[in-house]
Design a protein. Structure first.
Length: 302
């Protein structure tokens, strides 16, 4: 016997997020009635994670669905929603959820105008588009935005997928998303830069050297915040910072030129935060700026 409250779900966008969330909703005994998939990669993903689900045109999916999940790129979302509204596709009482981190429910105003119910369900997780992502959902939170009366529905859908809902105000969505992108995306860049430098000085397995260090650093930072900070900037070790900057300047001369700029930016941010916490004196901040060869920046609060 089917569980009560099961929905017919349509997935628009069989990217890494859409296919995984569709599979999670299916595991919660919702019926996935159709999925849109244009590229060969998205079709293969749909066949792997949503076997037996028909690949349909977008308008057909909306027509058949009680819950429409819009898992499309941020910049495509508004145009898609407005275009379907012009076609009269949205239905009164229909649930329409998007997975964009940047937007809340305001971008779904054409949905609301048609009498459908807008929801924003963004997983704070990086996905591969493979079945292992379903396990990752069990340790994942979603940034959820909805009208107050509809928030329990959004929260229930997230819980059914095995994750934890966290309410994010409409006005805070962009800052929320920026915080996640800054931490996750830029971590990938930092690791790639560090791995590249190690590999070029003859370290054959940079991941073996960096892995234990980075895992310990992340665990310490999550547990203790900035109290976990170590290293030459936090110590005010200007000579070491200057040596780093010079070495990276020489290295960048033959390696694309992005490493020194990243080191300067993060070192300056680290130093300013260290001053604000009383770990460094203001004059040490000036010395670090000079050692970095970067434009001086005043500490926050000054």
């Amino acid at each position: 016997m089917a569980r009560p409250g099961r929905l017919g779900v349509g997935i628009i966008g069989a990217g890494k997020v859409g296919a995984v969330l569709g599979a999670a909703l299916r595991a919660a005994e919702h019926a996935v009635v159709g999925v849109s998939a244009v590229s060969e990669a998205s079709r293969e993903r749909a066949e792997t994670l949503l076997p037996g689900v028909p690949i349909l045109e977008i308008q057909d999916i909306v027509e058949r669905s009680e819950l429409v999940l819009l898992a499309v790129p941020d910049d495509a979302l508004g145009e898609l929603v407005a275009g379907l509204a012009k076609l009269g596709a949205w239905q009164p009482g229909q649930l329409v959820a998007h997975t964009s981190g940047r937007f809340g429910v305001g971008i779904l105003n054409p949905v609301r105008a048609a009498g459908a119910i807008p929801l924003a369900l963004h997983p704070a997780m990086t996905f591969t588009g493979m079945s292992l992502d379903l396990t990752r959902l069990m340790d994942c939170t979603f940034g959820v935005t909805a009208d107050a009366a509809m928030l329990p529905i959004a929260q229930a859908l997230v819980v059914e997928m095995g994750a934890e809902p966290v309410a994010i105000a409409e006005a805070d969505r962009t800052l929320y998303h920026a915080s996640l992108a800054h931490s996750s995306n830029h971590m990938v860049t930092l690791v790639a830069q560090a791995s590249q430098m190690l590999r070029e000085i003859g370290v054959e397995a940079p991941e073996s050297m960096l892995g234990p260090l980075l895992r310990a650093t992340l665990e310490n930072a999550l547990a203790s915040g900035e109290a976990a900070l170590t290293g030459p900037v936090a110590r005010g070790d200007v000579g070491t910072v200057s040596a780093h900057a010079q070495a990276l300047k020489e290295y960048d001369g033959g390696a694309g030129g992005d490493v020194l700029a990243a080191y300067q930016a993060m070192a300056q941010a680290t130093a300013r935060r260290a001053v604000n916490r009383g770990l460094l004196r203001p004059e040490q901040l000036n010395e670090i700026d000079e050692a970095l060869g970067a434009e001086p920046k005043a500490p926050e609060g000054n």
